[in-house]
Design a protein around this ligand. Structure first.
Ligand code: BGC
Length: 418
């Protein structure tokens, strides 16, 4: 490798998006229904109008050095009624994939990113008796009609987050609270859906790379010398991180062709048996964990070192690894830049240690519809003006472009020492 280069040639650089968050007018989905019913604080409406503006958005990505892009297909558009596939939307996504290829952007395609078709939601969503079979048929249809244009696949996005938000905190559809039992079943169903979709994609395509995108917070006990804090951290980790990896196994190994990591934060957990406790723990935000602590606008701690721990942990599977999301909710551009520098340094260190890292996809290309927070928080490399749909590249977008061009860390970035 040439002197000073830390990221290999061919490394995938890009951003990630999801249909409901950017496309707009996502009427046949469960989220739209819940928004219309006033069950959520914000409405997605036109979002970023990406269903019309995708070419312009991909031009932007290309001009800032991206060579990859993660997007999701909207199941509720492609299959608005059970078993009826919509040609119009298959044609649309075929054009979207062409537009990526034309610009030299490698597509990373998610089949399901949080939203479900209304018809499935009304039968119980992931808990519906035939949910897994339905998903398998949908995946098969996508493979048949769009598969040739795609090598990198993500079957489902973050089963543990969807399960927690929909069945434990109750903030997202279907708004159930405290139902750990159902949440675990949702994760199991999504893992089964992943396994079947993995098989369907492999049956239909020559050498697809198939995984599920896993939310991998780094979880630590508040006081490591307290047994109950350690237990709270272990329980949370078991549910949020380990369970999904365990359930996608077949024959002792997870049925994935690469590890897809969505990494945002570290959580420090203290034992608390009652009240707001999530699995017997509450998050400790006090400033005694390795120096001053910074939190983003969603209250998530910015802690790049933990990405290195997560990558070391992912290395146990001896598979390629792709960062399929990493980003920060902030309107402080200095903090966003610092966040990126820190996380790039963690990636560099992981590569040096031998992790087979293939790429880094930033969340997100532009500010978009952040689920229950709507457009109140800003994750974009580019700012979105929601009134005019203008995109304004932020400084961080230039920084990432520079790293993608040179394959080197930006000069002021200090190496991560852990
Ligand atoms: C999700 C995205 C979301 C992002 C930022 C991830 O959990 O996959 O849809 O916007 O986090 O909160």
């Amino acid at each position: 490798m040439e002197e000073g280069r830390v990221f290999p040639k061919g490394f995938l650089w890009g951003a990630a998006t999801a249909a409901h968050q950017v496309e707009g007018d996502n009427r046949a989905s469960d989220w739209w229904a819940a928004e219309e019913a006033g069950l959520l604080p914000h409405r997605s409406g036109d979002a970023c109008r990406h269903r019309e503006l995708y070419e312009r958005d991909f031009d932007l990505a290309r001009s800032f050095g991206h060579n990859a892009h993660r997007l999701s297909l909207e199941w509720s558009r492609l299959e608005p009624e059970p078993g009826r596939f919509e040609d119009r939307w298959f044609d649309h996504y075929a054009r979207v994939l062409d537009a990526l290829r034309l610009r030299g952007l490698e597509p990373v395609v998610t089949l399901q990113h949080f939203t479900l078709p209304r018809w499935l939601a009304s039968r119980g969503g992931w808990l519906a008796r035939d949910a897994v079979e339905r998903f398998a048929d949908y995946a098969g249809e996508v493979a048949r009609r769009l598969g040739r244009a795609v090598r990198w696949w993500i079957t489902v996005n973050e089963p543990s987050v969807l399960a927690k938000q929909g069945y434990v905190t109750g903030e997202w559809p279907p708004f159930r609270r405290g139902r750990w039992d159902l949440a675990s079943r949702v994760i199991a169903r999504m893992a089964a859906a992943h396994r079947i979709a993995h098989a369907r994609l492999h049956a239909a395509l020559p050498a697809p790379m198939v995984s599920f995108a896993h939310s991998t917070p780094w979880i630590e006990p508040c006081d490591p010398s307290r047994r109950l804090d350690r237990l709270a951290a272990r329980l949370r980790r078991a549910f949020l991180v380990d369970l999904s990896f365990a359930l996608v196994r077949r024959g002792g190994r997870p049925l994935i062709d690469y590890v897809a990591i969505n990494y945002y934060t570290r959580t420090v957990v203290r034992w608390a048996p009652r009240g707001k406790a999530l699995l017997f723990g509450v998050e400790c935000r006090e400033p005694h964990h390795g120096g001053p602590r910074r939190f983003d606008d969603l209250g998530q701690e910015v802690w790049p070192e933990a990405l290195l721990h997560v990558l070391r942990d992912a290395a146990r599977f001896a598979l390629p690894v792709l960062i399929t999301e990493n980003g920060i909710a902030t309107s402080d551009e200095r903090l966003r830049e610092e966040h990126l520098r820190g996380h790039l340094a963690a990636l560099a260190r992981a590569i040096e240690e031998g992790v087979d890292l293939r790429g880094y996809l930033y969340w997100s290309l532009m500010d978009n519809f952040e689920w229950a927070e709507g457009t109140t928080v800003r994750f974009g490399l580019a700012e979105t003006d929601f009134a005019t749909q203008e995109r304004r590249p932020r400084r961080t977008m230039r920084l990432l472009a520079e790293v993608a061009r040179t394959g080197r860390l930006p000069s002021e970035t200090l190496p991560v020492e852990v």
